[in-house]
Design a protein around this ligand. Structure first.
Ligand code: DAH
Length: 330
């Protein structure tokens, strides 16, 4: 085969390959190196060329060069017509005019908002904020609050036991005892915190929830003071025109005891919002306060319950599901 014949057969082979030009990038690369690679068909022709006599070289050399140009042009044209990401430059891929993914603002959880608001109201009238343990001994959660073992009042709160005599606190009232054990009267505190009850989960009860306890101990504290502070609170929290009532009730740690209801316009009924009363002298005895000198009131309310009434939420579980569609409404 003369060199011109070899050149001709490379051209023919290239034509055939062009007819079934691959679309896959890997195959395109293979094809490119078949012709243009270091060991490709064009390189073979140059090797043949180097073996020619000086007389034959110029003409053959020109033919190979023009073949090379021709193939390169065709090859480029073909690859350009195949739209693949590799042939698109970065700034063509990046369309800066497309709308971006929206970044939404987070919001404060409705329970936290409610808690902040309640805290703010009580702080504005002189209450300090204290906290206490969620894992509690039987004594602080029950006994010292005048709820002896086997007393039917224990059934008011279904309890999670950690071990004998150690419970997940069923209310924030345990912190009343800690505060009075640790400090001398007078004292005026609110105590927010998480509490636990071993109840079937439903729209109205959950295995954990939050409470705020209030405790005020001083000389000459009366039921009138308790009514005054709670009325002030209710009107600030639910609105000036809120109707409320005190209803006699029973709690082992207060005597007398009451529950407070507010009139719910939407539901058209009284809704209970909290329990309260005058600290029972037995409780003072348990913490070593002289109950002939010191008097006090206490109250306890559920934060979920407050939020549900204020915002018209009818399922307590919503607070714990972290569904953005719920959360972003606050
Ligand atoms: N601890 C009570 C409960 O969880 C609520 C309560 C009632 C707290 C009366 C008080 C109180 O401090 O005086 O149901």
């Amino acid at each position: 085969m003369t060199i011109l014949e070899s050149i001709g057969s490379v051209r023919e082979s290239f034509r055939a390959d062009l007819d079934s030009f691959p679309t896959d990038q890997r195959e395109i690369d293979l094809l490119r190196s078949k012709y243009f690679g270091r060991k490709g068909l064009l390189a073979d022709l140059y090797i043949l060329l180097s073996g020619l006599s000086n007389k034959e070289k110029p003409k053959a050399g020109q033919s190979i060069n023009s073949l090379k140009k021709e193939l390169q042009k065709e090859f480029d044209r073909k690859t350009a017509s195949i739209a693949g990401p590799k042939h698109v430059t970065n700034d063509q891929l990046l369309d800066l005019s497309l709308p971006g993914y929206p970044i939404t603002n987070g919001s404060i959880h409705p329970l936290q908002q409610t808690l902040d608001e309640i805290k703010g109201i009580f702080k504005s009238v002189g209450f300090k904020v204290a906290y206490g343990p969620e894992i509690e001994d039987d004594y602080h959660n029950f006994e010292a609050l005048n709820i002896p073992k086997h007393h039917p009042a224990r059934d008011m709160q279904d309890t999670f036991f950690v071990e004998d005599n150690v419970v997940l606190r069923t209310h924030t009232s345990n912190v009343q005892i800690h505060l009075m054990e640790e400090r001398e009267p007078p004292l005026r505190y609110i105590v927010p915190g998480r509490v636990y009850r071993n109840e079937a989960v439903s729209y109205k009860s959950y295995c954990l929830f939050h409470q705020i306890e209030g405790l005020y101990v001083d000389k000459n504290v009366s039921m009138g003071d308790l009514k005054g502070i709670l009325e002030y609170f209710v009107k600030r929290f639910f609105g000036e025109s809120t109707t409320m009532r005190f209803r006699p009730s029973f709690f082992p740690f207060t005597e007398p005891s009451a529950e407070v209801d507010i009139w719910d316009e939407k539901r058209e009924k009284w809704m209970e919002i909290l329990g309260c009363g005058m600290v029972d002298p037995n409780v003072f005895d348990n913490v070593g306060y002289d109950s002939t000198v010191w008097h006090g009131y206490a109250f306890g309310m559920g934060i979920e319950r407050m939020a549900m009434l204020k915002y018209g939420i009818d399922d307590i579980r919503l607070f714990y599901q972290n569904d953005v569609r719920f959360l972003e409404q606050f």
